[in-house]
Design a protein around this ligand. Structure first.
Ligand SMILES: Cc1ncc(COP(=O)(O)O)c(C=O)c1O
Length: 394
């Protein structure tokens, strides 16, 4: 094979991702116990129900669904979303504040495309979702990490960074954060909204795990404290219905949403009508809540299984104890490198993601992210036993 030298754009320079792609390719191999991805468990994917809904939709409205649709969203879903957003996120939005997106990742991409020039500062809590960091890199943003602790983003550091960098955007995952599983406290949420208004920073509030709460009380969204319109809520049906349908939404200031819609038009014209109509059926026919209840009770068992195994894990210093979501974050003793543990674990058929990939500033070699949604209870017990044994040997 000839190794052609393609004239790549400068924006590709900051995008590596090869190590992590290899890691995910390995974890998808048959027989591997994967604590690596953020995939819903197979039991959580409602294939039979979706088949039934899709066939009814095509029978009753097939010609319209198979035609081109509107960039802003399939009209029935757009009408359903304000009520869903009110019920689930306690945020009041009107139809023209909502844009349906191809997964919530697209919501972030559109915000970056709309707001960020190369070199502009974008603040992110650190550690943060790798896909979001990659999206920021692809727009050549100056990614500025903000410290976080067990209550979420550090407000004093956030204000210092806003004052210093005058960023255009803050990216934050307030609930059952990826990768840590932490939830931002109520008080800090209010302060994030207040700082955003004071420093005129758009906040991308990425909240795809909110409904996956297994215990404790819901905490009000940052958006619910937003009086002026600086906060854009990014929502997703990936974790509660199906990631393969690629349906999400963004909800924010109407004028900003119109600009994002212009960008979406030249990206993918619109999100697939059939997929939007399927999600709309979940909302309209009251199918979403019982489905979420069902999957949450199973996820809770898996999370508790992993947490109880972590109690016995050698060489750990700290691990998060989430009340929901899909991830637990582990900090090992200072001299243990998670990539060394990864190499050992992989030889024995267990995968996870070393935590260092989630820190834009680097470092944190002694951390790892564990996902518990994609293995059954016996596999979690076995996988955790292998991790403990591998650590013991190090
Ligand atoms: C914090 C966060 N945001 C967004 C996404 C992607 O969501 P979607 O499938 O809706 O694009 C993920 C997926 O892992 C995530 O963890």
């Amino acid at each position: 094979m000839v190794n052609l030298k393609f004239p790549y754009a400068q924006r590709m320079a900051g995008l590596s991702g090869s190590a992590i792609r290899e890691l995910f390719a390995f974890s998808a191999k048959p027989g591997v116990i994967s604590f690596a991805g953020g995939n819903p468990g197979a039991f959580a994917l409602p294939d039979a129900q979706v088949a039934h809904i899709a066939s009814a939709l095509l029978r009753d409205n097939g010609k319209a669904i198979l035609q081109y649709g509107q960039t802003e969203g399939y009209p029935p879903l757009r009408q359903s979303l304000p009520g869903y957003i009110q019920d689930t996120f306690a945020a009041q939005v009107q139809e023209d504040h909502v844009l349906v997106t191809t997964g919530s990742m697209q919501g972030l991409d559109l915000l970056l495309k709309t707001l960020v020039n190369p070199g502009d500062a974008v603040l992110t809590e650190s550690p943060a979702f790798l896909g979001a960091l990659q999206a920021m890199s692809s727009y050549q943003a100056n990614i500025v990490p903000v410290n976080s602790d067990d209550e979420g983003i550090d407000i004093n550091h956030l204000e210092e960074m806003m004052r210093k960098w005058r960023p255009k955007l803050l990216y934050i995952i307030p609930t059952f954060q990826n990768p840590t599983g932490r939830t931002l406290s109520l008080n800090r949420r209010e302060q994030v909204a207040r700082l955003a208004a004071r420093y005129k920073v758009v906040v991308a509030e990425d909240d795809p795990y909110r409904s996956l709460r297994y215990r404790g009380q819901h905490v009000a969204t940052i958006k619910s404290f937003d009086e002026e319109g600086w906060v854009v809520l990014l929502g997703s049906f990936s974790k509660v219905v199906s990631p393969g349908l690629r349906v999400g939404f963004m909800a924010g200031d109407a004028q900003l949403m119109r600009r994002c819609a212009v960008c979406k038009q030249c990206t993918d014209v619109h999100t697939a009508n059939l997929n939007q109509a399927i999600v709309d059926a979940y909302l309209r026919d009251g199918l979403l809540s019982p489905h979420i209840d069902r999957i949450c009770s199973q996820y809770a068992t898996l999370m508790d299984t992993m947490l109880s195994q972590l109690k016995e894990m050698p060489k750990k210093r700290h691990y998060t104890q989430p009340e929901g979501g899909l991830f637990i974050f582990v900090e090992l003793e200072d001299d243990v490198r998670a990539t060394d543990l990864f190499r050992k674990a992989v030889e024995r058929g267990v995968a996870f993601v070393p935590g260092e990939y989630f820190y834009p500033e680097g470092g944190h070699h002694n951390t790892l992210r564990l996902n518990f949604s994609n293995a059954d209870r016996p596999a979690i017990l076995r996988g955790m036993e292998i991790l403990a044994d591998s650590l013991q040997q190090m």
